[in-house]
Design a protein around this ligand. Sequence first.
Ligand SMILES: [Zn+2]
Length: 417
Amino acid sequence: MSTLAIVNAAQLVTLSGPRRPRTGREMGELSLVARGGMLVRDGKIAAIGPSDEIKRSLPPDAVVIDAEGRVVLPGFVDAHAHPVFAGNRVDEFEMRARGATYEEIAKQGGGIRSTVRKTRAATAGQLLEQALKHARWFLKGGTTTVEGKSGYGLSLADELKILRVVKALNENSPIEFVPTFLGAHAVADEFRDDPAGYISLVVDEMLPQVAAEHLAEYCDIFCERGYFEAEAARTILGKAKSLGLGLRMHVDQLSDGGGAALAAELKATTADHLEKTDEQGIAALKAAAVQPVLLPGSVYALGLTNYPRARAMIDAGLALVLATDFNPGSSPTANMTSVLSLACTQMKMTPAEAITASTMNAACSLGRQEQIGSLEVGKKANFTLFDCSDYRELAYWFGIPLTHSVYVEGECVYRES
Ligand SMILES: [Zn+2]
């Protein structure tokens, strides 16, 4: 079968090590191979080492890719994204530029609700077409695995429609999409006076159907005052767990509502956002081994400054994940290197920690640590060549696209023209 050899990488960033989330000092250890090379057979990594060694043992049928002194990294794993929606919210973007807040816009019928209206009106085919455009944006940034949440349908039919589009995306794009059900993203407009009725709809109709059709691996919830609070989270996520779904939670984004402690209590896999989480919340996450997923793109794009306390979380021994939160309202970016830049400049993470958080730790948070997240023998050959010779440049040259080419299971799926 086919054999591929990558030679002459200035740095092969492998992240080889234990197949579990990296914490503390481990987050800064990337296991670089200087002047590295890699052999790929049938889509899987067959050997890693110094380029000269790989060249010496080259099989005669190997196709050789000369990295010409570039950096090679595992494909980024984006563990928090909302890739399926209709339209955009560029009007609200301008309103915010003129001084309106996210909450004021939501009160006027904007925010999540406006995307829900457009997404309900779109056909599955239209949603897929737009989502494929989003998928190319992820790929162009070197991302090869993306979590895909529903949550812009808020009715049984529309939530199923979105999750089926996520499935279709998986089949029609080189990116692997990991589906998450987020029916509890907001209370649907028609239940405005009956939020309990909406929770019943999620628990009694949506979740059983999603599980029966195997349309999601995880269930997520937007925990915030005025959206879903602790009791609703216990009810919805308790049901999700009983159906075999893993748990992820949007918590403490707008206010410290004790969301981190709640995620710990419910043994969620991840607690996401955490902009307002305090020491007690951090300690609770640590005690329950919940992975924090930090989303600095949403703080930046909302024009705010309350970045989550990444340093305190790393010092406490939490296995940080960084993700884009790609969505049309609060974080319109699919580009992971922009997130690396924000992590270093605004949250004082080192470039190495940021890379660990967006590859290996992110893969662990999606239950895929055996397949992806690092470049090691036996894993999928998902990797990206970047036009730089030092991995730290990825976080340093902000806004400059450095992607040279992207490979999924040993096949070139994107190349800068
Ligand atoms: Zn989100």
